[in-house]
Design a binder for this molecule. Structure first.
Ligand SMILES: NC(=O)c1ccc[n+]([C@@H]2O[C@H](COP(=O)([O-])OP(=O)(O)OC[C@H]3O[C@@H](n4cnc5c(N)ncnc54)[C@H](OP(=O)(O)O)[C@@H]3O)[C@@H](O)[C@H]2O)c1
Length: 314
């Protein structure tokens, strides 16, 4: 389904985290669909260089939400969050938490106090919500895990839900986003290109992946569909094991997939992040499927081929 500019024309969407991997793809798609876009950013020059035509507001967690930031806004897409794929020191764990939960709480607080025209608040979360689940099949009703990322996601979602009495709240739990330009793929591919590609840990862990165009597609669908509300797993319907993903990547890049990096080596390099890298999450998009969202890339091979050939554009 595609959004039509007739539906979106004149509607203003405020985006946080717009300069990130997902944000850049999404802002362009919103503009193409005829939405007016306002970006709440930490660095005006960085955002202006990326989006010369967008309206920019300097804002981040810890600052009060300026009244003008929400003026005329119809929808909010909240993507802000410090990157996960860094070494987790105690201070950085706090930054991971604060950058998500405080930002979301501040926005939800401003929405709860009224005096605005916002109809929909879409605030992302992650499949990290489920923690390490082994072979268990996770749907939206599976309870949260107990590890650090699961706690961050649970607090992040609870903060967004604080706005639910005033606006429609949508919480997409995103899987690992496949995008040749940002995130997981550009980190994994160099090892394969230099013939040292392989899995992390045993490779038996399930990976809840999703192609970036399905993330953008889901956000557009959720914005324009009034019945869409609450939590949705935004992951491809066919999760794979990490080993399968790496073997497929090796085949498509015509490189071997022969290494297996043990957990203790990962721990030396990434500290407590290793817990997230080795977690197994077999997640399915139960609600999105049931409510009619169609994935453009339900299968991994087609998604990877499209990214490696650069045929998907936004
Ligand atoms: N990519 C994935 O695989 C994936 C999977 C699951 C969930 N998610 C979630 O989806 C959101 C967007 O993901 P992404 O891959 O686009 O992330 P990203 O590329 O790391 O970008 C996140 C954006 O958040 C803002 N940000 C960064 N550090 C911040 C901090 N310390 N305090 C406040 N804001 C900060 C920045 O925007 P400005 O500079 O414009 O302020 C940045 O561009 C994140 O919250 C992420 O956790 C992503």
């Amino acid at each position: 389904m595609t959004e039509t500019s007739a539906v979106s024309a004149g509607r203003c969407v405020l985006v946080t985290g717009a300069t990130g991997g997902i944000g850049q793809r999404l802002v362009r798609a919103l503009q193409q669909q005829g939405y007016q876009v306002r970006l709440a950013v930490r660095s005006l020059p960085k955002a202006a260089a990326l989006f010369p035509e967008a309206e920019l507001v300097r804002w981040e967690a810890g600052m009060p939400v300026p009244e003008t930031m929400l003026q005329g806004v119809w929808g909010i897409v909240n993507l802000a969050g410090a990157p996960i794929a860094r070494r987790w020191t105690a201070a950085y764990r706090q930054e991971i938490f604060r950058s998500r939960v405080e930002t979301t709480r501040a926005l939800a607080g401003a929405l709860s106090s009224g005096g605005h025209e916002v109809q929909v608040f879409l605030s992302v979360s992650a499949t990290g919500y489920y923690g390490d689940r082994g072979e268990e099949l996770c749907t939206e009703s599976t309870p949260a895990g107990r590890d650090f990322l699961a706690q961050v996601c649970a607090a992040w979602e609870a903060a967004a839900q604080e706005a639910a009495s005033r606006v429609r709240v949508v919480i997409p739990r995103l899987g690992i986003v496949l995008d040749r330009r940002a995130g997981f793929l550009p980190r994994l591919m160099p090892a394969f290109r230099f013939f040292v590609g392989g899995t992390l840990g045993s490779g038996q862990q399930w990976v809840p992946w999703v192609h970036w165009s399905d993330v953008v597609g889901f956000v557009l669908w959720a914005l324009r569909t009034p019945a869409v509300q609450g939590v949705y797993n935004v992951v491809a319907p066919q999760p794979v094991r990490f080993r399968e993903l790496c073997q497929l990547l090796g085949r498509l890049l015509r490189r071997p997939c022969w290494l297996s990096v043990p957990g203790w080596v990962l721990r030396l390099r990434y500290g407590a992040l290793v817990q997230a890298l080795l977690s197994s999450q077999r997640v399915i998009p139960h609600r999105a499927h049931a409510e009619g969202f169609r994935f453009q890339f339900p299968e991994l091979e087609a998604a990877l081929r499209a990214e490696l050939s650069g045929e998907t554009k936004a």
